[in-house]
Design a protein around this ligand. Sequence first.
Ligand code: ATP
Ligand code: ATP
Ligand code: MG
Ligand code: MG
Lengths: 228, 228
Amino acid sequence: PVVLHGVGKRYRLGQVDIPALTGIDLEIHPNRFTVLSGPSGSGKTTLLNLIGGIDRPDDGRVVIDGQDLAQLDDDALSDFRARRLGFVFQNFNLLPVLTAFENVEYPLLLTGAAKPERRRRVDELLSAVGLADKAASRPNQLSGGQRQRVAIARALATSPRLVLADEPTANLDSHTGAAILALMRQMQRDYQASFVFSSHDPQVLAQADDAVHIRDGVITRVVRNLQG
Amino acid sequence: PVVLHGVGKRYRLGQVDIPALTGIDLEIHPNRFTVLSGPSGSGKTTLLNLIGGIDRPDDGRVVIDGQDLAQLDDDALSDFRARRLGFVFQNFNLLPVLTAFENVEYPLLLTGAAKPERRRRVDELLSAVGLADKAASRPNQLSGGQRQRVAIARALATSPRLVLADEPTANLDSHTGAAILALMRQMQRDYQASFVFSSHDPQVLAQADDAVHIRDGVITRVVRNLQG
Ligand SMILES: Nc1ncnc2c1ncn2[C@@H]1O[C@H](COP(=O)(O)OP(=O)(O)OP(=O)(O)O)[C@@H](O)[C@H]1O
Ligand SMILES: Nc1ncnc2c1ncn2[C@@H]1O[C@H](COP(=O)(O)OP(=O)(O)OP(=O)(O)O)[C@@H](O)[C@H]1O
Ligand SMILES: [Mg+2]
Ligand SMILES: [Mg+2]
């Protein structure tokens, strides 16, 4: 559902342009786990932000379900994202003034679901990430990994068609990480959702249906697993 | 050089106390890599903060090189930390208004080293973590892993006797993580330093001289490697 044509992104540093991404041609296949793999600083977060419409490219086009994101003004893009996407960011995922429950509930407020239905959904997700007992806690009362699990629950709240997760299992022990991946795999089957992860975790790469290898802002290799 | 006697830490949540650590008796042996291993929420960050004097226990005593930290008032404790310890935090490591160079230089300003000596040391450390070309960048211009590498360089700046690192290789690809561990191992030999890491990274655990397994705020097992 996602196609990138000749996408480029640069950051200005004084007199110089840092090429964060160059000439990206990429197709994200639907209903699969796609993993962006590459060294620190290679451009994974930048690429995720462009796919998710969090940022706009300097060159090329990002097209999701036939919609060229460049045709949407900021309000329309924001609305498009809220309805179709779920995000786990690398930093600053949660609203510090809200509890874990309220953070996970937040995307559901935008969809018009009634309170009893929201409560049921949030409780289900918090249990799935092992944090039912932390529903009333605020982010500053949670460990690094616990915050990440709340962020993952929130990203899945509206059962979005496309979930973008930046290093979702960083700060998680392998046991919790495996449980999170299994949850996302279940979501992918139940809701026909697509997942795009950036990750350094070999456990995540092992679970990938497709792997996009990126280095110094260019794609070096794409591996598609064709069975199953 | 570090001994904990009956250390406990609780967090107050409304009417209830959350026991983050209970009955911790632990000896950190000098000049070794000690790894704190345990699931998300088990108490690793809390324990590191107590060892480093960033926080004070509710029960028990923390003794570093014979100094009971409870005998030091906040100013004396702050001074003790600045001279002897190096830290890599799980979050918010760097000062956003300073460049990578200035962030790494900062601890050296407190030791009275002259500018040419500071410059030499900072350049050496930035090269060692692979970020010589990012010396003039600010944290918001760096990727997650790049910020972490700057934080590691900063923790090593004053060649401290004790380095505490919370998840130092999270957000780093395995190649960069291995390079960072090798750098720390070199520091440990050259400067007779002790390293205490919390980590979920099997690569870090494999490098450990001693492993402290923690679960639900208690130590379940300590493994000392006695050869070499
Ligand atoms: N400021 C706080 N207020 C209340 N509870 C807290 C606070 N900080 C930590 N806790 C709780 O103490 C427990 C231990 O937290 P800690 O951050 O030490 O875990 P951790 O082992 O570092 O986890 P992770 O691997 O996820 O970083 C957790 O249950 C956490 O919710
Ligand atoms: N706001 C910015 N200003 C300037 N340069 C930036 C900015 N954001 C990112 N960069 C640069 O773009 C490059 C790619 O960064 P990006 O965050 O996409 O990497 P990454 O693959 O996610 O790395 P990591 O695995 O460390 O998170 C890096 O060289 C980084 O320094
Ligand atoms: Mg990143
Ligand atoms: Mg922690």
